[in-house]
Design a binder for this molecule. Sequence first.
Ligand SMILES: *Cc1c(COP(=O)(O)O)cnc(C)c1O
Length: 469
Amino acid sequence: MRYISTRGQAPALNFEDVLLAGLASDGGLYVPENLPRFTQEEIASWAGLPYHELAFRVMRPFVTGSIPDADFKKILEETYSVFAHGSVAPLRQLNGNEWVLELFHGPTLAFKDFALQLLGRLLDYVLAKRNERVVIMGATSGDTGSAAIEGCKACDNVDIFILHPHNRVSEVQRRQMTTILGENIHNIAVEGNFDDCQEMVKDSFADQSFLKGTRLVAVNSINWARIMAQTVYYFHAALQLGGPARSIAFSVPTGNFGDIFAGYLARNMGLPISQLIVATNRNDILHRFMSGNQYVKGGLHPTLSPSMDIMVSSNFERLLFDLHGRNGAAVAELMSTFKQGGGFSVDEDRWIEARKLFDSLAVDDAQTCETIADVLAECGELLDPHTAIGVRAARECRRSLATPMVILGTAHPVKFPEAVEKAGVGQAPALPPHLADLFEREERCTVLANDLKTVQGFVTQHGNRGKPL
Ligand SMILES: *Cc1c(COP(=O)(O)O)cnc(C)c1O
């Protein structure tokens, strides 16, 4: 499989190189040159497979030429064995023909584990083969950091540095990062805000000389392997609900357009998905595009669903590429307009094409709390605020009651106690058994000044399993 850039100017890469690449050299994002397409018979024959075997069949075309089948199978079996539920991604019914796909049974209780548990193992496999070591740097306001650290903790060939804003992440989220101990794991609390952290990571990618030749790898959702891993659970859900003989609709709480883009890919790979609902919080750039063909940057609004607090949705560029007939020059032009502070609209017929599949809704904090309370009263399920946004959007945007509606349950409610409290439904549930002693565990974290040279100096000093690079 070959991968090309959404801006059309970077060299095509194979899977292995795309895994290590991050952004393409032209500023674009990598996508497969040709998407695999499965027949209905083929998809139907996967019914009843364990999750890791389904994952093998769905993802195999993406890695062919880079990872032999037997190795890939083994990696997938290991990856999904760490999930705490036998089904890996169980479906739970809420209401008539309405289901939550529980994607929070991984080590850090959010869906990001599906991709980052795999990414860590894939990186280690490829790096061992190449006899190479890399440094990962990432900024987090919560979920990504812990999932990335959990995914990489056992990697022999990776040192990971995760920056979070000092005193500005919740205690559960901080402890989920800082209590994972290992000589290759480095938590940095920056005396600044999340944007400062992200800016430092960006600057570090732009000039990597402080790494003395060691490669820097990205673990945010621009990494193709993350998107690829997320396509699998769309197949998994559909197969439980009568697919592919019958169409399924999905509602996806989204920020960076990563998770929902995976659903769009699953559909283009042959899965009959009749509707995809973009569910956002007040940070609604995607809703403004889907409802009014305006892709314009707004201000950042902190909400009760912080994992979707974004101003720009990086993976949206991957959809734009398809909407423009895979014309990289057209995408580059739009993104350049956007970067210069303008927003943009796409041609009317392209927008109408997108709207055949996508609907959207923006849900504010009050509505989020109301939905948490409603669903608890109706069916005894306590939702996390992100999932609640998905449920709200599903109910308002649903096109057909006859089509099963699946809401992606992106996090366990215990991660976001503030929303549960505000919803007035009492205390959040207890931590699950594997995290029950989280508040007693030893923490390891370094507080550093909000200064690029200081942070980079720390990475240089500790980038080789705690020793200098
Ligand atoms: C990351 C995250 C999201 C948003 O996912 P995107 O891929 O950015 O759309 C939603 N919910 C939770 C709990 C998350 O951690």
